[in-house]
Write a protein that binds this ligand. Structure first.
Ligand code: NAD
Ligand code: ADP
Ligand code: S3P
Ligand code: MG
Length: 497
C-alpha cells in the first residue's frame, strides 16, 4: 500500500506520515528529508544556491521514482508538490490524501526556519494557500484543522483502503472485526452516538441520529426517556434497527433502550473505544446508573451484532486508550497462557498503537471474554471472574471520579496486593504483573491516597454485596488461575489501608 500526504506547509504531512508508518508497520519517506540527504544541503540552501526551479526538478524526479516502487510506503510530500501538472497526474493514480488545515491554524503551527517561501514573511502563507487551494482539492480531502495528531491519523486511515478483517468464531454472540467498517453503518439505522464521536465520524452516520453528551452522563433515565420519546415520535417499530456508535456508555445506553423499547427491538453496536470494543459491547450487559448507583438498572440482552473497527480506537486520547489496554490486560490475567504472554511481549507495540498488534489484541480479548460469558450468561458465578479489580475499582471510581478503566487498574493493583498478603500469589509472579501494570497505569493514579471510610461507605452499597458485609472477591493466584473468596469488606479495606 502506498499513501501520499499532500497539503500546505504546516498541515502535518511529515508528523503524521511518521505516525502512520508505525501504525501500519510500513516505512515512511519524507521527500524534503530525502532531497536534503541526497543534496547534502538544507531546503533553504538549495533554494538560495540553486533556485526554486532546481528544487522542483528534484521533487519531480524523486516522485517519479517513488510511484514506480512496488513496496508499501507512506510519503510526506513537500507542500509544493502539486504545483507541476506531471506531479499531479502521478499523484492522481495513487492513494493521495490532502490534509486540509485552515490558513489561520497553519500560521500558528508553521516554523519559517527551513521554509524559504515563508522566511521573509510568514503571512505569505495566506497568498500561497489561495494560489494552491484548487490544486490540493483535486485530491481526497480530510479537514483536520481541529483534530489532534491521533485523531487526524484515525480520520486519514478511514479514507485509505486498509483492509483487515478478523472473524470471531462464536455461536454465542455475533461479532466481527473489520478495519474501516465504520464507513458501512446500515443506511436505514437509527444512530445513537456521543458528541465527540459525532464530531469525528459523523460523516459516516445516517441522518436519523440522536447525539448525547459524552461520558457517564448519558446513562441516566432522563436520556432514556428522551430516546423512548424519539423512537415513539418517529413511529419506530421493533423491526427497525437501532445502532449504538460510541464508547461503553453509548453501547450500555443503546442496549438498554433497545432492550426495553416495545419490549425489545433490533439493535447493533459499533463500539469506538478500546474498552468498549473488548469489554462493554461484549456479553450482553447493558444499563444505566440510578440515584448514585452505577449500572444498577439494566438487562442482560445481546445485540444482534457487534461490528468492531479498530481504526476508531486510534483517535482516543492516551488515558482512554490505556483504559482499554488495562481491561484487556485484566482479561489476559484471567486467561493466562498464550494471551498473557502475547500481552507481555507486545506491550509497547500496543502502546504505540500498531494496528496489526491492536487488532489481534482486540480479537483475543473478545474471545476470552466470550469464553467466560457463554458459560455464565446470567452472571451467577463464573462471570464474576471478570470483576477482577472491579470491587475496589468501582469504589475508587465512585470516590475519586477517576475514569472507569483507570480505576479498574488501581483496583487490580490493590487486589493483587491483597492476594499477596493472603499468600495466594507468589512474589515473582506478582512482580511480573505489577511491572506491566506500572507501565499501563499513570503513576499519578497509583499514588492517589483515598479515604478509607469513603471506600467502606461505597462498598456497603455495592450491588454485588447482596445485602451483607460479604464480598465475593475474585483473586489471582497466577495468570490463568482465579479463585473467588468470600470476605468481609471491612477486612479487605483494613488490610490494605
Ligand atoms: N456492559 C458491560 O459489560 C460493560 C463493561 C465495561 C464497562 N462498561 C461501561 O462502559 C462505560 C465506560 O466506557 P468507555 O470507557 O468506552 O467510556 P465512554 O463511553 O465514556 O467514552 C469515553 C470518551 O471518549 C469519547 N470517545 C468515544 N469513542 C471515541 C473515539 N473513537 N475517539 C475519540 N473519543 C472517543 C466519548 O465520547 C467519551 O467522551 C462505563 O459506563 C462502564 O460502566 C460496561
Ligand atoms: N494535528 C495536529 N495538531 C496540532 N499540531 C500539529 C498537528 N500535526 C502537526 N502539527 C504540528 O505542526 C507543525 C508542522 O508539522 P509538519 O509535520 O512539519 O507539517 P508539514 O510537513 O506538512 O509541513 C509541527 O510542529 C507539528 O508538531
Ligand atoms: O510549500 C512549499 O512549496 C514547500 C514546502 C516545504 O515542505 P513542507 O510542506 O513539509 O513544509 C518544502 O518542500 C519547501 O519549503 C517548499
Ligand atoms: Mg514536511
Amino acid at each position: 500500500m502506498k499513501i501520499f500526504l499532500v497539503g500546505m506547509m504546516g498541515s502535518g504531512k511529515s508528523t503524521l506520515a511518521k505516525m502512520i508508518s508505525k501504525v501500519l508497520s510500513i516505512p515512511y519517506l519524507d521527500m524534503d528529508e530525502e532531497i536534503e540527504a541526497r543534496e547534502n544541503k538544507t531546503i533553504k540552501e538549495i533554494f538560495e544556491k540553486n533556485g526554486e526551479s532546481y528544487f522542483r526538478d528534484l521533487e519531480s524526479s524523486l516522485l517519479k521514482s517513488l510511484v514506480k516502487q512496488p513496496d508499501s510506503v507512506v510519503v510526506a510530500t513537500g507542500g509544493g508538490i502539486v504545483l507541476r501538472p506531471d506531479n499531479r497526474e502521478l499523484l492522481k493514480k495513487e492513494t493521495t490524501i490532502y490534509l486540509k488545515v485552515s490558513p489561520q491554524e497553519l500560521k500558528k503551527r508553521v516554523s519559517t526556519d527551513n521554509r524559504p517561501l515563508l522566511s521573509n514573511n510568514i503571512d505569505n502563507i495566506f497568498t500561497i494557500y489561495d494560489e494552491r487551494i484548487n490544486l490540493y482539492e483535486l485530491f481526497e480531502s480530510v479537514d483536520i484543522t481541529y483534530l489532534n495528531e491521533w485523531e487526524a491519523v484515525a480520520i486519514i486511515l478511514q479514507k485509505v483502503d486498509y483492509k483487515k478483517n478478523l472473524c470471531i468464531d462464536s455461536s454465542f454472540q455475533k461479532i466481527h472485526i473489520e478495519a474501516g467498517s465504520l464507513k458501512n453503518i446500515p443506511k436505514n439505522a437509527i444512530v445513537f452516538t456521543s458528541e465527540k464521536v459525532d464530531s469525528l465520524y459523523g460523516e459516516f452516520f445516517t441522518n436519523k441520529k440522536l447525539v448525547f453528551p459524552n461520558g457517564e452522563e448519558v446513562k441516566d433515565i432522563v436520556y432514556v426517556t428522551k430516546a423512548w420519546e424519539y423512537l415513539l415520535e418517529n413511529n419506530v417499530t421493533r423491526k427497525d434497527l437501532l445502532c449504538g456508535v460510541g464508547g461503553g456508555t453509548i453501547t450500555d445506553f443503546t442496549g438498554f433502550v433497545g432492550s426495553t423499547y416495545k419490549r425489545g427491538m433490533n439493535f447493533i453496536f459499533y463500539p469506538t473505544t478500546l474498552l468498549g470494543q473488548i469489554d462493554a459491547a461484549i456479553g450482553g450487559k447493558n444499563g444505566i446508573d440510578f440515584k448514585k448507583y452505577k449500572n444498577v438498572i439494566g438487562t442482560i440482552n445481546l445485540p444482534n451484532e457487534v461490528i468492531i473497527d479498530p481504526i476508531t480506537t486510534l483517535s482516543l486520547d492516551d488515558i482512554r486508550f490505556r483504559e482499554g489496554l488495562i481491561e484487556g490486560f485484566k482479561i489476559s490475567l484471567i486467561s493466562g497462557g498464550e494471551f498473557y504472554t502475547f500481552f507481555k511481549d507486545h506491550l509497547y507495540d500496543l502502546l504505540n498503537r500498531n494496528l496489526d498488534t491492536l487488532t489481534w489484541f482486540i480479537k483475543r480479548s473478545v474471545e476470552e471474554k466470550l469464553r467466560i460469558v457463554q458459560q455464565d450468561f446470567k452472571d451467577t458465578g463464573l462471570r464474576s471472574y471478570l470483576n477482577l479489580g472491579h470491587s475496589l475499582g468501582h469504589a475508587f471510581e465512585a470516590v475519586t471520579g477517576i475514569a472507569h478503566g483507570l480505576s479498574v487498574g488501581w483496583g487490580l493493583y490493590q487486589e493483587l496486593m491483597y492476594s499477596k498478603n493472603k499468600k495466594h500469589i507468589d512474589d515473582r509472579t506478582l512482580y511480573d504483573i505489577i511491572s506491566i501494570l506500572d507501565v499501563l497505569l499513570p503513576s499519578s493514579i497509583k499514588n492517589i491516597k483515598v479515604e478509607k471510610n469513603a471506600l467502606m461507605n461505597y462498598l456497603s452499597n455495592d450491588k454485588k454485596m447482596e445485602g451483607s458485609n460479604i464480598i465475593k472477591l475474585p483473586l489471582l493466584k497466577e495468570p490463568g488461575e482465579v479463585i473467588i473468596k468470600e470476605i468481609d469488606y471491612h477486612e479487605l479495606v483494613n488490610t490494605l489501608f
